[in-house]
Design a protein around this ligand. Structure first.
Ligand code: ADP
Ligand code: MG
Length: 766
């Protein structure tokens, strides 16, 4: 069942004649005719199994029987009537046959129209609806030729196929499944084909990935019952139950795959890096200017125990911006250095790599300056290795990594370059893990002679069920509290179209700057001609909202082709109109060179340039305690989680923060509502869930960018959290008892299909 998604991708590449040829050869083509086979292939349906797994998109409840003359256009209606006339003609371009049928209940009559591109279908309809046939017809009425009501392509079922009227009425009351259809094939044709396959099946014909014992214990339908009920339900309760079972299947196979990966990793060797007393960790703790929070302490202990184990740690550390992840990660790195190894820290951007290097160097003090004047004798060395280093510095950094002189190596994906080698890589810390592709991670993993321990950090809160689905093979630690002394942040939604409000926004910035504060002004774009900054990298949760911009848009936020605010124009406007000295306004975005970015950040941090107009480059982890105001222009362009991240940039010092989200979205619109949610809560988990609920599952899976459809067809990651939890419990138990799945060949088969090379990526990324 999991192979299906891939076949869609494969099929999408097949086109025209190739599909024509392939269609005839598929089992479906042989079974239902070449034309139908081609049409099904275009839907990604290649095998009978694919077709059985082509689930209805929705169900139409047939109404009560309607008298033939009682319907109105737009209404759905169900009739029992006799065919009194049938005629067939070709369309003008002769590509299609049009079958006109008139039905009558003896008092009134109604016209039906069918279109058939394939002559065998035309023949099929003709045969089934021969004059004199009494049948049940259901569809949506519309105004046809000369204002007469008609039904186009109604569902129909000849009555003679039923034994008696009672059966007929009962049948007519059943929900009609509506299938995702495509060019050359209609929902009802799919329905008929699927029924043809389904009817003769017995329990033995259907592969059930879920062990019988689990099916019994959870009181699930059998796989065949579920297939029957999803395709031919007696009533709504039946298809709902079937859908639940099939969702469980998806969750179970996925969880079993994750459980096996987990078991595989547990069986892989890693060098234990146990804590050493009197080492760097102890020295570091002793010099920390604060005490760790309880949460930090608990997580630190979990990590410390993981590192001491003989199998590689795979742990995800999640926590709000500012919850103190970096400190925890640094202690882990020091433990590895204490045990004679090296640690690598990967950041998603150079700016963040540099910042990590600065922060860590500062936190370590003399402990990070081994071999340097004033460095602690027992210390280590922190090396920054990024793509933009000048040749000489790069050579030095490479040498320090290879010789083991550098205990901690910090960088971007440049660290994964072929030339980089480590003396003894014991730990890889990945910051903002969802921004790293699996190949990159694997490349780094391969750097150690044995597999290094791995710690993934994310500031994007990951709801429980998402963690179960995408990180089911890793352990998850969460830092829930933010260290005491953090200042509150107030958030307000500001209507961009209201000049008085906007004036107050700019006045607020000037006020804060006068008081020694700093302000960020975030715009979605770099310049009026520019695409959004790093959309592919940065907008995991972003979702452009509907927007309505009145004419006469103020210049300051009038940007690109669609009027989206951009850094260059906003900065220019502020320099002219904010009343602040021109030099007080800096810019920052992804097109600046590393030196320029560095200089801009440094000038902002020092207060020399107290207003920074920027793209989301500053989103993650940038730490300027004096920053008190965050203005986000065209805020509806960003996802809630991303806005929450942005807001986390202010209120990091002793003064409270203010976040002003500016939008053109109309009050009452979905976008405006979303922003109000942001204003109402500081709970990053609640925001992440709100974000996810609005996204299609495919987007969550990151499948959207690859054009491949999601492997999860029915399962909903948020709404089905409880079901996913059950499936995980069951799957882990099955894998624990039968790690090789020898006793469960059906499950193994389903997993293999899921984890084929294309899918490995899906499992590995979030
Ligand atoms: P994160 O990486 O989760 O965003 P950091 O580790 O960068 O958070 O911590 C944010 C700020 O809080 C840093 O300046 C850090 O030194 C400080 N900090 C971390 N832990 C504590 C603590 N327990 N008490 C006080 N301040 C802390
Ligand atoms: Mg951090």
């Amino acid at each position: 069942m999991w192979g299906h998604a891939d076949s869609i991708a494969a099929v999408a590449r097949v086109s025209g004649q190739a599909a024509e040829a392939a269609g005839a050869r598929t089992p479906l083509g042989r079974r239902f005719g070449k034309k139908a086979g081609v049409a099904m292939l275009k839907l990604g349906l290649e095998t009978e199994e694919d077709l059985l797994r082509h689930y209805p998109r929705r169900y139409v409840e047939r109404g009560a029987f309607t008298p033939l003359d009682a319907g109105r256009p737009g209404e759905s209606a169900t009739y029992v009537a006799e065919v009194v006339q049938l005629s067939k003609r070709f369309s003008r371009d002769r590509k299609m046959q049009i079958i006109s049928v008139t039905i009558s209940d003896g008092r009134a009559s109604l016209d039906l129209t069918f279109f058939a591109r394939q002559s065998y279908l035309a023949q099929h309809i003709e045969r089934q609806l021969a004059v004199g046939t009494v049948a049940m017809f259901a569809g949506t009425l519309k105004q046809g030729y000369q204002g007469r009501l008609e039904l186009t392509h109604p569902e129909y079922e000849p009555l003679e196929s039923w034994d008696d009227e009672e059966t007929a009425i009962r049948e007519a009351a059943k929900p009609v499944p509506i299938y995702p259809a495509g060019a050359g094939i209609q929902s009802w044709q799919l329905r008929t084909s699927i029924r043809t396959l389904l009817d003769p099946l017995t329990e033995d014909d259907v592969v059930d990935p879920v062990p019988a014992e689990v099916v019994r214990r959870r009181g699930l339908l059998t796989e065949l019952e579920a297939l029957r009920a999803i395709h031919a339900p007696d009533d709504a309760a039946a298809w709902k139950r079937a859908r639940q079972r099939l969702r469980y299947d998806e969750a179970f196979v996925l969880q079993a795959a994750l459980a096996r990966r987990r078991a595989d990793i547990a069986a892989t060797d890693a060098r234990p890096r146990p804590a050493r007393s009197g080492g760097l960790v102890d020295a570091f703790d002793a010099q920390l200017p604060f005490t760790l929070t309880d949460g930090q302490r608990a997580v630190a202990e979990e990590i410390s125990a993981d590192l001491a184990a003989g199998s590689p740690m795979q742990r995800l550390l999640q926590g709000e911006v500012g919850s103190g992840k970096t400190v925890v990660a640094l202690r882990a790195m020091l433990q590895v250095v204490d045990a004679g190894g090296q640690a690598a820290l990967l950041a998603p951007t150079e700016v963040l790599a540099q910042q990590h290097a600065r922060t860590i160097t500062r936190l370590l003090g003399p402990l990070g300056e081994a071999g340097m004047l004033g460095g602690a004798a027992e210390g280590t060395r922190v090396t920054l290795l990024t793509g933009s280093l000048p040749a000489a510095a790069r050579k030095k950094a490479l040498l320090e990594a290879a010789s083991g002189e550098a205990g901690i190596v910090i960088g971007t994906h440049a660290l994964l370059g072929e030339q980089v080698s480590f003396a003894d890589l014991g730990l890889v810390v990945v910051d903002e893990q969802h921004r790293f592709g699996v190949e990159q991670r694997d490349a780094l993993r391969a750097k150690g002679a044995v597999m290094p321990h791995q710690l993934f950090m994310t500031a994007t809160p990951i709801p429980r069920s998402v963690a179960m689905t995408f990180f089911g093979d890793v352990e998850v630690s969460t830092l829930r509290e933010v260290p005491a002394g953090r200042s509150p942040i107030a958030t307000h939604v500001v209507p961009a179209g209201n000049p008085r409000w906007m004036e107050r926004v700019w006045a607020k910035i000037a006020e804060e700057v006068d008081g020694g504060g700093r302000a960020y002004v975030v715009a979605p774009r770099i310049s009026s001609s520019q695409e959004e900054e790093g959309a592919d990298v940065y907008d995991l949760f972003a979702e452009p909202g509907e927007r309505k911009r009145p004419p006469g848009t103020p210049e300051m936020v009038d940007g690109g082709p669609d009027g989206t605010a951009n850094v260059e124009d906003v900065a220019a406007w502020l320099r002219r109109n904010s009343g602040l000295p021109e030099g007080a306004i800096g810019v920052m975005h992804g097109r600046l060179s590393t030196e320029e970015k560095d200089a801009a950040m440094a000038a902002f941090a020092s207060g020399e340039v107290p207003v920074l107009v920027t793209t989301t480059v500053i989103e993650v982890g940038v730490d300027v305690p004096e920053a008190t105001v965050m203005v986000v222009l065209d805020a509806d362009r960003f996802g809630l989680s991303q806005l929450h991240q942005l807001r986390g940039r202010v209120g990091r010092g002793s003064k409270p923060g203010t976040c002003l989200v500016v939008t053109w979205a109309e009050p009452g619109s979905g976008s405006h509502e979303r922003l109000s949610v942001l204003a109402d809560t500081l709970d990053g988990f609640a925001l992440a869930e709100a974000d996810l609920e609005q996204r299609r599952e495919g987007d969550i899976l990151g499948a959207a960018q690859s054009g491949r459809s999601s492997s999860l067809r029915l399962l909903r990651v948020i709404a089905d959290a409880d079901l996913i939890a059950q499936a995980r419990e069951d799957a882990r138990a099955v894998v624990a008892e039968d790690p090789t799945l020898e006793q469960h060949p059906e499950l193994l088969g389903a997993i293999t299909q899921l984890v084929d090379p294309d899918h490995e990526e899906f499992l590995d990324r979030a």
